[in-house]
Design a protein around this ligand. Structure first.
Ligand code: BGC
Length: 834
């Protein structure tokens, strides 16, 4: 049962823990329909979904909360949401049904009227509700069509009673005045700028259109309406909220026209339903743009041509069915690129559906808009977007290509990079600036993944600007060279890479020394400390340096490949000399050259990042050190819910470490389970051939497994979250920051490329699984460079790793790589492990 938070006060901590440990789910997976079915609106947190694949996006919760935006969640926010508000999940796309004295919502919120039945199905790019109250059934389908800048909400109402019914349907959205940041701060201006137009059943939101905007939003329905409101105060009533809108409870909209204050869009439709009768309505929330010189129809009246053209496409149920079928076909096609059939339903479900879906969402959103990322904070992250690519590139390589060029365009001439950029302008964000010394190497990771996937080396020859300045453009390959050399040229006293403001761990701020609240740990202080070093970046350099060398070889530049490999060897040796602590890899050296993540430390003796990444890069494998490091990870960092980022947790604030020690023990980067780097350890385990352990780690954070503990975990059971509270936390196992995390891409790489073992190389697909005992035989279908691979893996001796035989179309092939033959469309591949 869902635990109301006020009850927590009544029970002791240990009872409380025990209570949560009696497992409970709030829904189930419907694999056939690729849906998660939520059976109660009272989930521990709002469980959300994303609608939209290209430019128009909506976040939607299981209780119909959320908001929409066009391209950029900060600059072009269409509807208003209230973060950090109570009740949770305030504002959305609401439908109210007034049936006699009862007012209810198909998604339960905001009236929270008890429903006779409730079901929410989050699917791939759509959400459906199926609810009923007092003999009226409401079925809602919400989705964003693949090729339009709008969201469709179709609501079908059925009278399941034996009496005729006169009901009233009201819609409601609250407009955001476009710039979401300004919208919630600049009231002295914003309360005076709101403007709308109402024509027939369409409400036009045109705030700021009179001046510098050439876009407006619409909310429309494909039926005549019996009333409308566009002023929030008129619709809700003074001192009312969206849970008790006066207009709805009075049974009539007021026909208000918003001038300033808070414009909204609400429609009223009076409906007569005979017993058994159904009626459906198509609501369209759209974003429209006009060319600068065609903004007006007449003075002060917006040109409605784009809106009319959009609405003409969604006039009937059949139109909606068609657009919905197109969306489903779009996703079926994408999800057919990598599929597995194994004896493990949970693996099948994650690989075939949810993990790939989340990869698309993280690719689209980076870390901008979720229920934990407000859409106004961060834009696209340089390192984040490169990593998101790793799990996405097989889906739509052309978009990955474009993204690589966008990211590389924000790099500086010396190889360093802006840490973030804004998706709308594609320009580097100077507020956060540069100095995160892992960033450049991630560009090699993303580019290499793209070239291995597609074989398209033309991208390496593409001319790409620095800091968006085309006059200093070079080839992308030259960008990668500068990325590589940035590490070569920025080493510290132990010949290890300088960390700068931070490496992958944004919170390990070794050159910051912040003493005053409010100073950003990432931006404060000198970034370019000449001493603090990162063993993690050293691991990255070895891994991605080799990928860089291979790209150089592809271009025929063997001298450059040779030079790169010499540098890699130097780094490898430096790690073994000063980055090894006896039982595990050191994490870093601070600004005084003291070790971090060493047995010499009192707290923070061992960290996950350097151990995972150095081992997966192959450092210390032949010397037996990687195995030792991974054993130490298991011994010191493992817990029931995953592998913690460090142990023991920091119990006091360390000036010389920065944000990492600002978190209470067990949370976030201070000994939380940072899901993002769990797959690094799992991958490292596959590198040394330990399939049991690799899979054990995979399972711990895998949503299909953690679904069983939804009441502890709290976040959506179909997607990964960034962080799960570690052993030191008040409630270990509690998840936070769901959806937008590099975990999506890395776990997909882990399961698809390392555990199941189908990895794209420059020469073709390689198949080299590393599975737990008892995993059994499995089949994989993989589309790759225009061909379809039907791969059957059998494991007669039940080994964890090893390919005894590879047979391609009846012919035995040496090694694990299926040679790629240009133009060949089908490959039938048999792999015998042993
Ligand atoms: C950031 C990542 C970073 C991670 C660990 C995330 O919030 O988006 O860039 O690697 O935290 O600090």
């Amino acid at each position: 049962m869902f635990m109301p938070f006020y009850l927590i006060d009544f029970i002791t901590r240990s009872n409380y823990k025990k209570y949560w440990e009696d497992t409970m789910k709030f829904g189930f997976f419907d694999d056939l329909n690729k849906e998660y079915v939520i059976t109660t609106p009272k989930t521990p947190l709002p469980w959300i979904n994303y609608l939209g694949t290209n430019d128009f996006f909506s976040l939607v919760s299981n209780t119909a909360g959320g908001y929409s935006f066009y391209k950029d969640a900060k600059l072009l926010r269409i509807t208003r949401f209230r973060y950090n508000n109570v009740p949770m999940d305030t504002n959305g796309k609401y439908f109210y049904i007034k049936d006699g004295d009862t007012v209810w919502n198909p998604g339960w919120q905001p009236t929270k009227t008890d429903l006779d039945s409730y079901e929410c199905r989050h699917g791939i790019g759509y959400t459906k509700w199926n609810s009923s109250k007092n003999g009226v059934k409401a079925e809602v389908l919400a989705f964003v069509p693949t090729d339009d800048t709008c969201e469709i909400n179709r609501i079908k109402l059925t009278n399941t009673s034996s009496e005729a019914k006169d009901i009233k349907l009201f819609s409601y959205v609250e407009w955001c005045l476009w710039n979401a940041d300004d919208d919630m701060k600049n009231f002295q201006r914003n309360f005076s700028t709101g403007e709308v137009e109402i024509v027939g059943s369409t409400i036009f939101h045109k705030t700021e259109y009179r001046e510098r905007r050439n876009h407006y939003a619409i909310y429309s329905v494909n039926a005549p309406i019996d009333g409308f409101d566009t002023s929030r105060d008129a619709f809700l009533g003074a001192y009312h909220d969206n849970h008790d809108p006066e207009a709805v409870f009075n049974g009539a909209c007021t026909g208000s026209e918003a001038h300033g204050w808070s414009p909204v869009a609400a429609h009223q439709i009076n409906i007569k339903l005979n017993p058994g009768e159904s009626k459906s309505y198509v609501f369209v929330l759209g974003y429209c743009e006009n060319p600068e010189d065609q903004k007006w129809e007449s003075k002060g009246v917006v040109n409605k041509a784009p809106a009319n053209a959009m609405l003409a496409k969604y006039k009937t149920d059949e139109d909606v069915d068609k657009a919905f079928a197109k969306l489903n076909a779009y996703w079926d096609n994408l999800l057919s690129i990598y599929t597995v059939e194994s004896n493990n339903d949970k693996v099948n479900r994650m690989v075939n559906i949810w993990n790939q879906y989340q990869c698309m969402v993280t690719f689209n959103m980076s870390r901008s808009a979720s229920y934990f990322e407000s859409g106004i904070g961060r834009g696209m992250g340089f390192r984040d977007s490169n990593q998101d690519l790793l799990g996405f590139v097989h889906l739509i390589p052309e978009r990955a290509r474009e993204r690589i060029i966008d990211i590389a365009s924000t790099q500086f001439e010396n190889g360093s990079a802006y840490h973030q950029y804004q998706p709308l302008t594609k320009r580097g964000n100077s507020d956060i600036g540069s100095g995160f010394n892992d960033d450049p190497l991630w560009l090699i990771a993303g580019t290499s993944a793209y070239v291995r996937e597609t074989g398209d080396i033309s991208i390496l020859k593409e001319m790409v600007p620095y800091d968006n300045d085309m006059s200093v453009a070079t080839t992308l390959m030259e960008h990668l060279k500068r990325s590589f050399d940035f590490t070569v040229n920025n080493k510290g006293p132990h010949n290890l890479p300088l960390i700068g403001r931070a490496d992958w761990n944004d919170c390990l701020n070794l050159n910051c020394f912040s003493e005053h609240p409010g100073e950003s740990f990432q931006c404060f202080g000198p970034s370019e400390g000449p001493v603090a070093e990162s063993v993690f970046i050293a691991g990255m350099f070895v891994k991605y340096g080799e990928e860089y060398a291979q790209l150089a070889e592809l271009l025929g530049d063997t001298a450059e490949a040779e030079r790169a490999r010499k540098e890699i060897k130097i780094m490898y040796d430096a790690v073994l000399k000063d980055g090894w602590d006896g039982e595990w890899f050191v994490r870093a050296y601070d600004a005084y050259s003291n070790k971090i993540g060493s047995k010499e430390c009192e707290e923070g003796k061992i960290f996950i990042e350097s151990n995972g990444f150095c081992s997966l890069a192959g450092i210390g494998v032949k010397e037996g050190l990687a195995e030792k490091a991974l054993d130490s990870v298991k011994k010191y960092l493992d817990c029931k819910y995953g592998v913690m980022i460090l142990q023991p947790a920091y119990t006091v604030y360390h000036l010389e470490l920065g944000e990492i020690s600002s978190y209470p023990p067990g949370y976030k980067e201070n000994a939380g389970i940072f899901c993002h780097n769990n797959p690094w350890v799992s991958i490292a385990e596959t590198v040394i051939g330990r399939g049991d352990r690799a899979f054990e780690i995979y399972k711990k954070t895998c949503p299909a497994y953690t679904e069983e503990i939804s009441e502890i975990h709290k976040t959506e059971p179909y997607v990964y979250c960034q962080m799960v509270a570690g052993n030191d936390a008040y409630i270990p196992g509690e998840g936070k920051n769901s959806w937008l995390t590099g975990t999506a891409a890395w776990t997909f790489c882990n399961i698809s490329q390392y555990i199941l073992g189908v990895y794209p190389t420059h020469k073709g697909l390689s198949v080299d699984p590393c599975v737990p005992h008892g995993f059994g035989d499995f089949k994989i279908t993989r589309k790759f460079r225009g061909a379809t691979y039907h791969i059957e893996v059998s494991n007669p001796s039940d080994v964890e790793k090893g390919v005894k035989e590879l047979i391609v179309d009846g012919n035995k092939v040496d090694g694990c790589v299926i040679p790629f033959v240009d133009g060949k469309k089908e490959y039938n591949v048999k792999v015998v492990m042993g």
